[in-house]
Design a protein around this ligand. Structure first.
Ligand SMILES: [Zn+2]
Length: 116
């Protein structure tokens, strides 16, 4: 697997995907709760689950991480992706993860998987 640096364009696309996901959840809530409170709530929770799973699995499949201590490049599961805090610092994007090689818990650098 090959990796490359994440460009600004990539970040904008990620932000747009998440914004669309949130918009779906909000508009879904308005429409579904208007139809029926109980059935609407069940359908809305299903919608939230689908949107979150779709976004998180896409994110986990698209991005990988590089350990700043040893340089190990590794991928994470959708579950880890969902629960790990992520942010943007002066050195670019990071995600708080444990490195599988040196076992250090630190801010790993976010990199993009290059599709063959
Ligand atoms: Zn490491």
């Amino acid at each position: 697997m090959q990796y490359e640096y994440v460009t600004r364009h990539e970040w904008e696309r990620t932000a747009i995907y998440f914004a669309v996901g949130m918009l779906l959840i909000v508009t879904g809530a308005i429409f579904l709760f208007a139809i029926n409170r109980i059935v609407g709530a069940i359908l809305w929770f299903a919608l939230v689950a689908i949107v979150l799973v779709a976004l998180v699995s896409w994110h986990a499949k698209t991005y990988a991480y590089r350990c700043k201590q040893c340089g190990e490049e590794f991928e994470i599961s959708g579950v880890t992706d969902f629960v790990s805090p992520q942010g943007i610092g002066k050195d670019g994007a990071w995600k708080f993860l444990r490195c599988p090689r040196c076992n250090k818990l630190e801010r790993a650098e976010v990199i993009k998987k290059v599709k063959p």
